[in-house]
Design a protein around this ligand. Structure first.
Ligand code: ATP
Ligand code: MG
Length: 425
């Protein structure tokens, strides 16, 4: 090892992030890389993006960079744009309750939100996310034991775990996300309070939870994330109907698992994926159970279908939003399940020509994989497709090109509080 080599290889760092740090330093400010990028570089992984933290206030950063934009209200951060790359620059923050600076849109800007370097370090969630790197001085700064934890592949909250989860319950989901993404273990003391604190997720805006769900289920580790959500007893607080259906139908859990595993494989193969498909699987049995209930009350098949879909989607929206661009395709996938069994006359041709036939067919195969006995229907459709030329339509999961697999963008969100019923114990 070259003793003079910097602890992190600068070739791996975005040239634009280095430029931002350099310009800030030249202007007399402190500036560091921090968070996921430093953690990933230490682990030899390619960082997704580069976050910079500084003692310069947002207005100062904005002044320094012509290609920049201030975002957020209570806690403003600056996005410095270089073509397609955005380098995010945040001012050192003091400890605060909830993380997301964009949600409390109505709040007055307070003076005490900016903090010192030390305060910035301890308000971060996990020690592995609180290692700083100064490219100008070529040194790592670690006030919270993050380097040891990265080495030990351990996810540990900074400070008292229970109070840190109470401050921001999404940290429980983040712990699971980093565990599966990095293949780390959650430190026992950080894991212990989780199963008792799941109910706190009810206070999180459904839009924020939807974004976390996407990161958990659509980043190539969906099945592992599902397992972890179950073992920490958090799943039922995100998907209460799905959790209940798992107790009522032997196929519910295998179907969710199969959909997540298939999504993981598609991501691995760089194939497009959409949350519509995963949501269709998560809520299929709740939908079927609700439909049966409505039919037992005298609703016709058609009425029950539509009402059950509407009810189940509306209920789920109280916990995690499902944007319309996903709930539409999801409903199509469900409705087509009732048309796929028609093997007579012209009916198969019509279903085959439906723009969501591929997704519906894939879903049918998953239902069979999950143990539903469907009288060889999947096989029948496989043969049908081999024997018939494909009609013109768009491909399986590609309804929303580029929507699903990507990490959702950080756009302003408004906080809304709704009354939510407590879910299972
Ligand atoms: P990824 O590689 O997935 O982007 P990341 O660690 O960069 O992981 P981000 O969500 O981009 O995660 O957040 C950037 C940094 O901000 C984190 O590393 C952490 O230091 C801090 N942070 C983010 N969310 C929270 C939170 N809820 N509570 C405390 N600190 C947080
Ligand atoms: Mg990040």
């Amino acid at each position: 090892m070259n003793p003079t080599a910097p602890p992190l290889a600068h070739e791996q760092i975005s040239i634009n992030a280095l430029k931002v740090v350099q310009r800030l330093t030249e202007a007399g400010y402190e500036a560091y890389l921090v968070g996921g990028s430093v953690r990933d570089l230490i682990l030899g992984r390619l960082p997704k993006d580069f976050d910079i933290t500084t003692d310069a206030h947002p207005e100062d950063v904005y002044e320094l960079f012509r290609n920049s934009r201030m975002i957020g209200r209570r806690f403003r951060i600056v996005h410095v744009r270089f073509g397609r790359e955005i380098v995010e620059v945040a001012t050192f923050r003091a400890a605060r309750g909830e993380e997301d600076p964009l949600t409390d849109s109505g709040m007055i800007l307070q003076d005490n939100i900016y903090g010192t370097f030390e305060e910035d370090a301890i308000r971060r969630d996990f020690s592995i996310n609180a290692v700083y790197y100064s490219p100008t001085e070529e040194k790592l700064i670690d006030l919270v034991g993050g380097l040891d934890d990265i080495k030990a592949r351990r996810i540990r909250l900074i400070g008292d775990p229970e109070s840190r989860y109470r401050e921001d319950p999404v940290r429980m989901l983040r712990a699971i996300r980093f565990k599966t993404k990095l293949d780390f273990e959650i430190d026992p003391a950080s894991a212990a309070p989780m199963h008792q604190l799941g109910y706190l997720l009810q206070d999180i805006p459904p839009a924020r939870l939807f974004e976390e769900i996407l990161k958990l289920f659509m980043s190539g580790h969906g099945e592992a994330s599902f397992d972890s959500l179950l073992s920490h007893e958090l799943f039922g607080w995100l998907f209460p109907d799905s959790r209940r259906a798992m107790d009522e139908s032997p196929h519910a859990e295998p179907l969710i698992r199969a959909a997540l595993a298939s999504t993981d494989r598609r991501i691995e193969q760089d194939l497009p994926v959409t949350p519509a498909f995963i949501y269709a699987a998560l809520l299929w049995y709740p939908f079927v159970i609700e439909k049966r209930r409505l039919e037992a009350e005298g609703a016709s098949h058609i009425e029950a279908n539509h009402e059950a879909a509407a009810n189940i989607i509306a209920k789920q929206q109280l916990f995690t939003t499902i944007p319309r661009r996903f709930s539409g395709p999801m409903r199509d996938i469900w409705m087509l399940q009732f048309r796929l069994p028609n093997r007579q006359g012209k009916k198969p041709g019509l279903v085959f020509a439906h723009k969501r036939f591929r997704a519906a067919y894939d879903f049918l195969l998953l239902r069979e994989e999950a143990g539903e006995e469907l009288d060889g229907l999947g096989k029948w459709w496989t043969t049908y497709q081999e024997e018939n030329p494909a009609p013109e339509r768009r491909s399986t999961h590609a309804e929303e090109p580029g929507e699903g697999g990507k990490t959702p963008s950080k756009r302003p969100r408004r906080r809304r509080r709704r009354n939510r019923r407590p879910v299972e114990s």
